[in-house]
Design a protein around this ligand. Structure first.
Ligand SMILES: [Cu+2]
Length: 138
């Protein structure tokens, strides 16, 4: 009798390990960050500390954003676009009152230093809670 239970438990454990192992393999996000770079270039007209324009595209898939650490300068004007590669995701930055869906672009200016968290705004499945990132304005 007991032996049967052991084998059932073993099979269950192996199944769990397979599932976990499968998930862990999806760490191939070596995409280059195309944010950053030449901010605040051509504001040379008389002393204003105006920021540059930042065009940022965040790609979403099940279940992550391809950029989770975005650095900006105070005063930057941001054009932020969301593209879904797989699944149905939204992007929300509560502190900046931004909430966009697939294919939409938000236009906003970051005028205060700080860290602004963003996250998926659509309940998209089991990895939904993992879909987070932050924008650091300094
Ligand atoms: Cu989600």
């Amino acid at each position: 009798m007991n032996k049967k239970w052991y084998s059932v438990a073993l099979i269950a454990i192996i199944a769990v390990m397979l599932v976990l192992g499968g998930c862990g393999k999806s760490t191939n996000n070596n995409q280059p960050n195309n944010g950053g770079g030449a901010a605040g270039g051509n504001a040379g007209n008389g002393g204003g500390a105006a920021g540059g324009t930042q065009n940022i595209t965040i790609n979403a898939e099940n279940w992550k954003f391809d950029q989770t650490d975005i650095k900006l300068k105070v005063g930057d004007n941001v054009k932020l676009t969301l593209k879904n590669k797989s699944g149905n995701h939204g992007l929300e930055i509560p502190d900046l009152k931004v909430n966009i869906k697939d294919g939409e672009t938000a236009n906003f200016t970051v005028d205060k230093a700080g860290t602004y968290e963003f996250r998926c705004s659509i309940q998209c499945g089991s990895g939904h809670e993992e879909m987070k990132g932050k924008i650091i304005v300094s």
